[in-house]
Ligand binder design. Sequence first.
Ligand code: MN
Length: 293
Amino acid sequence: MNKLGLHAFVWTAGWTADDAAMAIRSTAELGYDLIEASTMDLKGFDVPSTLRELERNKLGITMSFGLTSDMDISSGDPERVKRGEAHLLDAISLARDVGATHVCGILYSAFQKYAAPVTSEGIRGSIDVMRKVAEKAQASGITLGMEVVNRYESNVLNTARQAIAYVKKVDMPNVKLHLDCYHMNIEEADSAAAIREAGDLLGYFHTGDSHRGYLGSGSVDFPSIFRALEAIDYQGPITFESFSSAVVGQPLEGILGIWRNLWEDSRDLASHAKTFTEVQMKSARQAVAHQRR
Ligand code: MN
């Protein structure tokens, strides 16, 4: 059974003890299985209160983030690669300490609009670091998700096919693809075909509509996405991610281009996303079972 998750930025962009308590409690109240906490500030992450609130609310946790330019492991610059490796290893320690099952996002490069394509040397360096990070993660049972994102957020993995090649080169059982239908809607010729091509290598999934607002209110073809997830028997987490200027401030609003306020009521948005996802999953199960009869 897929665990259903909610990105913490639906509630708050921070992770103080109060932020964590509110986001964890609210996510659990809506019946989600896990919260995806996202932070670059590893030291500002309150571990004891996070653990206490997760336990109190019987909620699981995953983590996500993107590297900054000065720690870009795909840069080919030894100093930046070294800083990136250290940050990723620290993030794995934090994930282990809070009991996270998955660490995902743009772990393989900086999270930014690049002005030039990545070099083959840059990709090789990123793969070498990722293997070391994966070895540490494996010891704590943590899966790493390489999030495939659109061209304005990285120049390394923009399509599922690129990520399949990257993951195969890392060659660790706990390094998987992390696909997101918001990004796929921009870059893939056929999102459902990309999911099928990823197959067993898919380890994490983000739902989001074309404008990152309410699920089903944009142009993403969710029935075909969920049928593809069902067809490959995907069993990993499905996490809803949505951003509004009502919650997210700088620097994220600048990097992601969140200029518009797509919603104000976090609870209504998240409640709707869970119902929408469950309906899509059930419809997809029926559709695929019918095709196989
Ligand atoms: Mn995403």
